[in-house]
Ligand binder design. Structure first.
Ligand SMILES: [Zn+2]
Length: 171
C-alpha cells in the first residue's frame, strides 16, 4: 500500500465527475488500499478517489471511534437509492480543505447500493456520522465539495484562503 498526496481545493479534479468502474478487479482493490492508507496517514474518516487525482467512482471510509478497532469500508460505484425526509445538521471538514469546518444539512439517513472489494453488490443503511460521511464522499465523486452547500459568499471566502495557502506552499 502506498499513501498518495491529497489534492487540495481549489483544483479541477475536485470539480470533475468520476466515472463508474466496470468491475472491482485487482487494480480497483489496490486503489482502495492506497486510498485507505492515504486517509489514515492524514487522520481522515473518508476519502474519494478524486482526492488523490483519480476519476473513478471509488471511496473509502472508517468512522470507528479513535479508541476502537479500525472498521475500514471500501465502495465502488456507490449510489444513494433512498434518503430520509428528516435532515440533520453536522459540522463537516474535508482533507482537501484542511482546517475549514462548516455546519451542513443533509438527509439524516440514506440507503446506499455499492460494489464491495469482492465485486459483490451490497446495500448499506446508514445513519448518524456514517450517513454524513457517505454522502460527503459520494458528493466528491460528483465533483461537489461540502463548501458547495454553503452560500456563495462563505464558499468564496474559504476558497480564497485555500488559494493563498496553496500559493504559500508552492513558494
Ligand atoms: Zn471531503
Amino acid at each position: 500500500m502506498t499513501a498518495r498526496p491529497i489534492v487540495l481545493a481549489p483544483d479541477p479534479v475536485l470539480k470533475a465527475k468520476a466515472k463508474p468502474v466496470d468491475r472491482v478487479d485487482d487494480g480497483v482493490r489496490a486503489l482502495m488500499n492506497d486510498m485507505l492508507e492515504s486517509m489514515y496517514a492524514s487522520q481522515g474518516v473518508g476519502l474519494a478517489a478524486n482526492q488523490i487525482g483519480i476519476l473513478q467512482r471509488v471511496l473509502v471510509m472508517d468512522v470507528a471511534p479513535k479508541d476502537e478497532a479500525p472498521q475500514p469500508m471500501k465502495m465502488a460505484n456507490p449510489e444513494i437509492i433512498a434518503k430520509s425526509e428528516e435532515t440533520a445538521v453536522n459540522q463537516e471538514g474535508c482533507l482537501s480543505l484542511p482546517d475549514f469546518y462548516a455546519d451542513i444539512e443533509r438527509p439524516a439517513r440514506v440507503t446506499v447500493r455499492y460494489l464491495d472489494e469482492n465485486n459483490e453488490q451490497k446495500t448499506l443503511d446508514a445513519d448518524g456520522w456514517l450517513a454524513v460521511c457517505v454522502q460527503h464522499e459520494i458528493d466528491h465523486l460528483d465533483g461537489v465539495l461540502f463548501v458547495d452547500h454553503l452560500s456563495a459568499l462563505k464558499r468564496g471566502m474559504i476558497l480564497r484562503k485555500m488559494q493563498k495557502l496553496k500559493r504559500s506552499q508552492q513558494d
